[in-house]
Design a protein around this ligand. Structure first.
Ligand code: IPE
Ligand code: IPE
Ligand code: MG
Length: 231
């Protein structure tokens, strides 16, 4: 398995099912999110081992603001804690951290930690971990279009120009998109960028998605034939 022939350059994950994982065990939803952090750690480790260049994870959607305040606050607290706890390991593993989404709406303490982690890891050359935070696909497309219009008055927007204005401009499009927990939908994630992405759905809940589950997804990807509309 470690010599898998066709590995994706960019794997993206819609990490779903934390709440249901907790409910099954009669625990608070936040316990599910906490356990989910362990899955993130395992997936980063495998990407580092397999030298996968980009791993992006959907951590918070613009629609997630509709959740109870206690859960949202719990998520920010967990994120802050995880960033502080993991920075050393990320440095050791040569992981570069990026955060994409509308960070400006987050609380100051978290924004400061995000800037710190970005700065510290900026020169790392191994896997790039992209945390999609307060992100949504429609938001991204609209902010890109608005910025293009402002900077290029009177000019026609093309798909190539669009690519340069999306928040993902600096990273390649995802080759493989994994969604856990049995839901088979995109939930306003990378709408533009997933035009030719391979999708992989699993019933496994995110807190149970560890290295072996990840390997199964990578193996499935290696057997896909990508045609891009050709024959
Ligand atoms: C995914 O798990 C984590 C976030 C969206 C932040 P959920 O919290 O959506 O878990 P379920 O879907 O309710 O089980
Ligand atoms: C998608 O999961 C968002 C993240 C994983 C951050 P949701 O649980 O919010 O999606 P829906 O509501 O089931 O579509
Ligand atoms: Mg969910």
């Amino acid at each position: 398995m470690e010599q898998m022939s066709k590995l994706p350059t960019h794997v993206s994950i819609i990490m779903d099912g934390n709440g249901r994982w907790a409910k099954r065990l009669g625990k608070d939803r936040l316990e599910g999110h906490k356990e989910g952090v362990e899955s993130v750690r395992a997936c980063i480790e495998l990407c580092v081992e397999l030298k996968i260049k980009y791993l992006s994870i959907f951590a918070f959607s613009t629609e997630n603001w509709g959740r109870p305040t206690s859960e949202i606050e719990g998520l920010w607290a967990l994120m802050l804690k995880a960033l502080r706890a993991e920075l050393k390991t990320l440095m050791k593993n040569d992981v570069r951290l990026l955060f994409l989404g509308d960070i400006s709406q987050l609380r100051e303490e978290l924004r400061a930690e995000i800037e710190h982690c970005k700065g510290e890891t900026a020169q790392n050359k191994g896997t790039t971990l992209i945390v999609m935070l307060n992100y949504s696909g429609k938001w991204d497309i609209v902010q890109a279009a608005n910025r293009f219009i402002k900077e290029n008055p009177g000019k026609q927007l093309t798909p190539e120009e669009m690519d340069k204005y999306l928040v993902t401009a600096q990273i390649p499009e995802p080759d493989l998109l994994i969604r856990t927990s049995g839901e088979q939908r995109i939930s306003n994630y990378m709408l533009w960028q997933s035009a030719y992405t391979e999708f992989y759905f699993t019933e496994t809940l995110w807190p149970d998605f560890r290295k072996n589950e990840f390997r199964l997804a990578l193996d499935a990807f290696s057997h896909r034939e990508r045609r891009y509309g050709k024959v």
